[in-house]
Design a protein. Structure first.
Length: 188
């Protein structure tokens, strides 16, 4: 049997942190997505232990100010793309600048310097990944997906999807449909 999953990354991360840190009697609070605050100063040994545990789950503690800001940029973009409740009626550049309290030029230059890609490319990649999830979950039509992700048209979404994945969203839908049919046939 095959099941298709939808992930709520912030909720998943919050639960994982709670499950890993509370049994060790490490008091903390979640300040924002990707940001926690410890109630007391941690010994180097405890910090090393926490770092080791979190690394097993693909979570890393960031200490450099540049790296922290890059992570915040990524978190805001992920929230912007994935959160249905976040309605953005301004350009993403204005949204990021307002949300993070820095000029977009500074954020853009720093992001490119550290990640070797642009903020725009990162946004496109997140939108395409979310589009794939929506197609796999068969939740929305391409028109509804384009609207939800603030594309000017389905054609614009299709162009970016094809440039990123090498196939059109319609072709991707057909592949998913065919896989489901084959999976259903193989279970009987």
């Amino acid at each position: 049997m095959k099941a298709y999953l939808k992930f709520d990354i912030p909720a998943l991360t919050n639960q994982l942190l709670t499950d890993l840190l509370q049994p060790r009697d490490i008091k903390f609070r979640i300040v924002a997505f990707g940001e926690i605050e410890f109630s007391e100063k941690l010994s180097p040994k405890t910090l090393e232990e926490i770092t080791s545990i979190l690394t097993q789950y693909g979570i890393e503690i960031i200490e450099s100010q540049k790296t922290i800001l890059i992570q915040k940029i990524k978190d805001v973009i992920v929230d912007m793309v994935y959160d249905k409740n976040t309605t953005i009626n301004v350009k993403s550049s204005v949204y990021l600048a307002e949300k993070l309290g820095h000029s977009y030029g500074y954020l853009s230059n720093l992001f490119s310097e550290v990640t070797y890609t642009s903020i725009e490319n990162f946004i496109i990649m997140q939108k395409i990944e979310f589009t794939k999830q929506l197609i796999i979950n068969n939740q929305l039509s391409l028109t509804e997906i384009a609207f939800q992700l603030n594309y000017s048209s389905v054609a614009h979404l299709s162009t970016q999807f094809k440039n990123t994945t090498g196939i059109t969203p319609s072709a991707f839908q057909r592949i998913i449909k065919k896989r489901r049919e084959l999976a259903t046939q193989n279970t009987y």
